[in-house]
Design a protein around this ligand. Structure first.
Ligand SMILES: Cc1cc2nc3c(=O)[nH]c(=O)nc-3n(C[C@H](O)[C@H](O)[C@H](O)COP(=O)(O)O)c2cc1C
Length: 223
């Protein structure tokens, strides 16, 4: 079982990283192969908005954004974390989302995901929603999600309560993947969104979305 953790905090050793590293530790102890990425350590250029990825199946910019996106395709699970910045995800997380061509490509189809947004005062729920919507629209089952209110700079103040919470979500993610938990309601909603909201666009775009059509065919989403 391979799980990719993406830390979208602006800080490598902040509160978000603390939570995510605890998830990493627990998943590893359970036997998962875990890869941890701090987005601030990656070389990720701005999306150019050319949409070439939908035609050719990859970004024209071959940097870490594209590399991690490719890795996500072969993972069983993904953990996305972000601090809350102005009631949203961080800029680096948004950059990664833009570059990784998640939704149209159904990048996370059939995978399981857990999301965490840390915040200090207000807006953590909004940041979390950006992450959970992304996960659900990209075809993954949302195993768990939490907006964690913490005092600023609480990176080293990881309490037993936080540890227990991170452990709980990690164990749930591991068990969901291991048992292929069906999440029938999420699947049904995703199917409606995919058929009504995304598929007509792909059909309309024709050859401009050739790679997307190929991927959807591989995933048996298109006949
Ligand atoms: C520029 C900036 C903007 C922030 N905006 C918000 C915000 O809108 N709402 C909030 O509750 N916390 C906000 N915070 C606080 C952080 O989201 C919070 O402390 C978070 O846990 C920090 O995570 P980190 O330790 O991983 O960096 C902001 C912090 C920074 C640096």
């Amino acid at each position: 079982m391979r799980i990719i953790i993406v830390n979208g905090s602006l800080r490598k050793n902040g509160a978000t990283a603390y939570f995510l590293h605890r998830v990493e530790k627990t998943l590893a102890e359970l036997g998962a192969e875990v890869v941890f990425y701090d987005l601030t350590e990656q070389n990720i250029a701005l999306c150019k908005g050319c949409c070439a990825c939908y035609k050719v199946g990859g970004c024209v910019i071959d940097d870490d954004g594209e590399r991690i996106s490719r890795e996500l395709r072969t993972a069983d699970g993904v953990v996305l974390g972000s601090s809350t910045i102005a009631s949203n995800v961080s800029a680096v997380m948004k950059l990664f989302i833009d570059r990784a061509h998640f939704v149209i490509e159904q990048l996370l189809y059939g995978k399981y995901a857990f999301c965490v947004a840390t915040y200090e005062n207000y807006g953590g729920g909004k940041a979390l929603k950006v992450l959970t919507d992304l996960v659900k629209l990209s075809g993954a089952a949302l195993s768990g999600a939490v907006a964690e209110k913490l005092p600023f700079n609480s990176a080293n103040g990881g309490s037993e309560k936080i540890n227990e919470k991170a452990d709980r979500y990690a164990r749930k993610l591991f068990s969901d993947i291991e048992n292929r938990k069906p999440y029938r309601v999420q699947k049904m909603i995703h199917k409606i969104v995919q058929n009504v909201g995304i598929k007509p666009l792909i059909n309309r775009k024709g050859d401009a979305y050739a790679a997307v059509r190929r991927r959807w065919t591989e995933l048996e989403l298109l006949k």
